[in-house]
Design a protein around this ligand. Structure first.
Ligand code: OOG
Ligand code: NI
Length: 472
């Protein structure tokens, strides 16, 4: 008897949530409110509420975030996540997505196969400290950081070996599965080891993110995010319960058309007791704010063409907000831009090749030509489209989430040149390919179109760039 990979993943998500909920009570409130929001949303909207994921999937759905300090640690984290069927997808450079000091590059470990995502979509946003980036760290700080990080062990050999076995075998026998879950969960628990005061303070002046990663001897889950079907409703209800949220919901605005990509909001980390070791060796109590709360609402995945439009709309929002006399909240300005430029329904997104869908053939429609495009077949009723949900993250929102939890802006010297990072370099560090989100979505869409073409006995051409060139 074997516990398969997807069950290991589902149990890992639950184990982390139990640990986190015990230690961060505000998280439990967030999950409770999310449940209420989702139940009410399903009651009010029926089947339509589940268009971007069954209520079972959405209820179980979480993402977490962790941060590590070196290529070696990044490689080890990848081995641990591989045991749970979670693979690196997407490259996010947060150093430039933010004005403040966020010296990290990131990827998300998640299932890549649609069937695996449907069983349990647990994902972990994972950031690597860029210790060699001179905009943030001078040579002595870099050296000390790298020595400090090289001297610690985030993951024991027993965990790493068990993880490799699980990944190779696609699961583990029950007793070993228990052991893997125990060790993996413990590796992401906040440690109560005393923190070196001077070292932490030195890093904190540069960046609280750097202090959180390189100022302590271990890593930890810094947030765990439930998914809701109506994030505006959640935002209101959290405020009503007296929890102060960040100023706004990040990402696309609320509007009457289809939700695309990802909307997120968060509340600031709460102070937690922690002991500090001073230069003279004495221990003194203090507190740190390193664990916070976040919630997300997921929309439809955009094609490269759709993403270009999205980026242009975001730039347009920035431009309008910079105009003299414009004082409305960003989300209001964004809603105007969305109404002007984005199709008001899924059909429009599909016809223009702006978003990804899976298509299925509807038998019985008379087709006379050999070749049709997707838009024509949708109009004729010979194809129906199901949206593909966005499974990834947004660099600007991620930077906003980091930023909302920084104690101060930190310091950076933009006269220095930053180090070059891209998905390939991150892949080399991790020791495996970093998947490109667009390619995964396109493969899903292409497979469905191929099957539909066979079923209908026609050739289907795309109305937009339905089959996409690789783009990160
Ligand atoms: C990760 C922040 C990014 C998201 O949802 O965009 C993130 C972090 O704070 O380590 O989790
Ligand atoms: Ni997050």
């Amino acid at each position: 008897m074997t516990v398969p990979t997807w069950q290991l993943r589902a149990r890992f998500a639950v184990a982390l949530a139990e640990m986190y909920g015990r230690e961060v009570p505000a998280y439990t409130t967030l999950v409770e409110v999310s449940r209420l929001v989702n139940a009410d949303h399903v009651a009010a909207h029926g089947e339509a509420a589940e268009r971007l994921g069954s209520i079972d999937r959405v209820t179980a759905e979480r993402h977490g975030a962790i941060r590590v300090g070196s290529p070696r640690e990044m490689g080890q984290v990848a081995r641990v996540f591989a045991a749970f069927g979670m693979h690196p997808v997407g490259f996010y450079d947060l150093r430039d997505a933010s004005r403040s000091s966020v010296p990290v590059v990131s990827t998300a470990f998640r299932p890549v196969d649609p069937a695996e995502l449907a069983k349990n979509p647990f994902r972990v946003f994972t950031s690597l400290l860029t210790t060699d980036d001179r905009r943030f760290f001078d040579a002595p700080t870099q050296r000390r950081l790298e020595e400090f990080i090289a001297a610690r062990r985030l993951f024991g050999d027993d965990l790493l070996e068990l993880a490799d076995t699980a990944a190779a075998a696609g699961g583990l026998p029950p007793a070993e599965a228990e052991r893997l879950l125990e060790l993996a969960t413990a590796a992401f628990r906040l440690s109560d080891e005393p923190v070196e005061r001077d070292w932490w303070d030195h890093l904190e002046r540069i960046s609280s993110v750097a202090a959180d990663i390189g100022g302590v001897g271990s890593t930890h889950v810094n947030h765990l995010t439930p998914r809701v079907l109506d994030i505006d409703d959640l935002y209101r209800r959290m405020q009503e319960r007296g929890i102060t949220m960040i100023d706004e919901v990040q990402g696309p605005p609320a509007w009457e058309g289809p939700d695309v990509l990802l909307r997120q909001t968060s509340f600031r980390a709460l102070a937690e007791g922690r002991s500090f070791r001073l230069a003279d060796g004495s221990i003194e109590p203090g507190e740190l704010r390193v664990r916070f709360g976040e919630v997300e609402q997921r929309g439809i995945a955009l094609t490269p063409r759709g993403r270009d439009l999205y980026d242009a709309m975001v730039a347009e929002v920035d431009r309008r907000r910079a105009a003299p006399g414009e004082t409305r909240p960003r989300t209001d300005v964004a809603r105007d831009v969305w109404r002007e430029r984005l199709p008001v329904d899924e059909h429009g997104l599909a016809r223009e090749g702006l978003a990804f869908f899976t298509f299925s053939a509807v038998p019985g429609v008379r087709l006379e030509r050999e070749t049709y495009d997707v838009g024509e077949l949708l109009d004729l009723g010979a194809l129906v489209a199901e949206p593909v949900v966005y499974e990834d993250f947004l660099p600007r929102s991620a930077a906003g989430i980091f930023q909302s939890n920084l104690a101060g802006e930190g310091t950076r010297d933009d006269e220095q040149t930053g180090t070059a990072w891209d998905a390939d370099r991150l892949g080399q560090v991790i020791g495996r390919v970093v998947h490109t989100p667009f390619d995964l979505y396109a493969a899903q869409q292409d497979a469905s179109l191929e099957a539909a073409a066979t079923a209908l006995g026609v050739r289907i051409t795309s109305s937009g760039p339905v089959t996409t060139p690789s783009r990160r």
